[in-house]
Design a binder for this molecule. Structure first.
Ligand SMILES: [Ca+2]
Ligand SMILES: [Ca+2]
Ligand SMILES: [Ca+2]
Length: 191
C-alpha cells in the first residue's frame, strides 16, 4: 500500500512539474492589438513577441520596451477613468525602482519581481504615467472592465503566490482574484 501511495505521489509531483513547465513556456505567447489610443486617426499596432513590446504607427516604430523587461501581458483600456486609453503592462524585471531609488533605500536593488506599469501616448510619444514598485503577489492575469456596470472601470487581477523558493510549483496552487480602482494616484483594493 505504501509503495502505491509513493507512486501516486510521484506521479502527482511529475504532473505538477510538467504543468509548471507548461505555464513557463506559455508565458512567451505572442499578442497583437490594434487601436488608435490618441485619436489622431491612425491605429497603433502593439506587438508583444518574446516578452518584448514594440509599438508602431504608420509602420513607424514609436516605442519599444527595454531589453531587460519581461512583459507577460498588455492591455489597452481606460484604466483611470479619465476617458482616455492607457497601455497597461504586467512585466518582470530586476530592481524595484529603476534608475531613481528613493533616498531612504540603501543596498542593492536587483530583486527579480513583478510590476504593473501604465503608459499613455501623447503627441506621438509614449510616456509613463504610473509605475508600481515590486508587487508582493505577482499578477498572473489582468483585465480592465466595468464589471458592476456603474460607469467606472476596475482592474481585475489574478494574483499568484509570493515569489521565492519553488515559486513555479506553488503558483499552480495559489490563486486569488482581486479588484482594484484608480483613486487618482494609485490603485486601491476594492474587496
Ligand atoms: Ca494613433
Ligand atoms: Ca484613462
Ligand atoms: Ca465599475
Amino acid at each position: 500500500m505504501k509503495t502505491v501511495l509513493k507512486q501516486v505521489f510521484l506521479i502527482l509531483l511529475a504532473a505538477a512539474v510538467l504543468g509548471a513547465a507548461a505555464l513557463y513556456i506559455s508565458d512567451s505567447a505572442a499578442q497583437t492589438i490594434r487601436k488608435d489610443t490618441d485619436s489622431n486617426g491612425y491605429q497603433e499596432e502593439y506587438r508583444l513577441v518574446d516578452n518584448q513590446l514594440r509599438i508602431y504607427e504608420n509602420n513607424r516604430l514609436i516605442w519599444q520596451s527595454p531589453d531587460d523587461w519581461n512583459i507577460r501581458q498588455i492591455s489597452l483600456a481606460d484604466t483611470d477613468n479619465d476617458h482616455r486609453t492607457e497601455l497597461i503592462m504586467v512585466l518582470w524585471k530586476h530592481g524595484s525602482y529603476g534608475d531613481i531609488k528613493p533616498f531612504w533605500f540603501k543596498g542593492k536593488d536587483n530583486q527579480y519581481s513583478c510590476h504593473l506599469f501604465m503608459y499613455r501616448m501623447r503627441t506621438g510619444k509614449y510616456k509613463a504615467i504610473w509605475c508600481s514598485s515590486a508587487l508582493v503577489n505577482p499578477i498572473i492575469k489582468m483585465t480592465v472592465e466595468d464589471s458592476d456596470n456603474n460607469g467606472s472601470n476596475e482592474l481585475h487581477v489574478l494574483e499568484g503566490p509570493r515569489t521565492g523558493f519553488a515559486y513555479s510549483l506553488r503558483q499552480l496552487f495559489h490563486r486569488e482574484e482581486t479588484r482594484w480602482i484608480w483613486n487618482g494616484w494609485g490603485f486601491e483594493r476594492m474587496d
